[in-house]
Design a protein around this ligand. Structure first.
Ligand code: G
Ligand code: G
Ligand code: MN
Ligand code: NA
Length: 254
């Protein structure tokens, strides 16, 4: 099956795009940014789920190329937002482990920011725990270089990987994203409540913002707010949107 070959063509043939899912700051009651999520519209098969093609891009050696495409496209969008008079918004971009293997990622980030005239604090890179725990010394130096560019760093899918605590201590993250697995039905499940309360306390203790992902119901949102979580993402607020729909959403909720 030719998904791999088709994916190689996807960049050239402009079949990839980004969707933007609003990030909510409930304390300030604003949309503070968006997570950029890859979308692939195949000419014959239609929209292909990232759950299907992201693993292919990782194993077939395309993670760097597509990841760099996403970094550029997301930063360009952030530049458009700034130019169109919207309040300051941050864009969160998923980064694959393969992109961390290249030594010049910090330089690429700097060039991309400069090219689109976007300040560093408007960008947040999302890394999964497992990515952030491989090859400690290289990883630590890379993080320092990324920090030096002024961008923000977030741990994605927190709680689903391993060595969460050691990577949090070693690498200076700005944000922890609690995985949807622990957010779903948190208002009804004692085990999820214990986990979310621990992560929220951990964030408070370390001075790191905590965001709950995959919030789908008011009950989940209300429980998390009551327990000290202030940043949210999920279908309860908004699904991933087109660029135009996202800017309209920001204007409507302003
Ligand atoms: O958008 P959902 O929209 O279905 O995304 C599914 C999975 O694909 C998630 O785990 C998400 O982190 C991953 N993903 C989406 N966009 C990107 C991207 O730009 N880079 C990488 N590495 N993963 C992405
Ligand atoms: O792995 P990562 O967190 O980067 O990817 C986010 C994924 O979660 C995307 O596939 C996105 O479409 C999906 N998503 C976002 N909000 C919700 C939600 O409220 N419920 C569910 N089931 N999925 C969500
Ligand atoms: Mn993510
Ligand atoms: Na996630």
């Amino acid at each position: 099956y030719a998904i791999e070959q088709d994916l190689r063509q996807a960049i050239v043939q402009q079949e990839l795009s980004l969707a933007f899912q609003p990030l909510i700051d409930a304390g300030r009651q604003i949309v503070c940014g968006a997570e950029a999520l890859l979308r692939w519209d195949h000419p014959v098969r239609g929209r292909i789920s990232p759950a299907l093609f992201v693993p292919v891009m990782e194993t077939a050696g395309m993670a760097r190329e597509i990841g760099n495409w996403a970094l550029n496209a997301a930063t360009r969008e952030a530049g458009r937002w700034r130019a169109s008079g919207l309040p300051p918004l941050r864009i969160a971009i998923n980064v694959s482990g393969h992109q961390l293997e290249e030594d010049d990622l910090p330089a690429l980030v700097r060039r991309t920011l400069h090219h689109h005239n976007v300040p560093a604090e408007a960008i947040e890179l999302e890394l999964t725990e497992s990515v952030a725990t491989t090859d400690t010394e290289h990883c630590r130096r890379l993080f320092e270089a990324l920090r030096a560019t002024g961008i923000k760093l977030a741990v994605d899918d927190f709680g689903t990987g391993y060595s969460g605590f050691s990577s949090l201590r070693r690498l200076a993250f700005d944000k922890i994203k609690i995985d949807r697995e622990f957010v779903t039905d948190v208002d009804r499940r004692r085990d999820s409540q214990a986990i979310c309360q621990s992560v929220i306390a951990l964030g408070a203790g370390l001075g790191i913002r905590v965001l709950a992902e995959g919030v789908e119901r008011y009950g989940e949102y209300a429980w998390l707010r009551r327990n000290g979580c202030h940043h949210f993402q999920g279908f309860y607020f908004a699904p991933p949107l087109t660029g135009d729909a996202f800017t309209a959403f920001v204007r409507d909720t302003d």
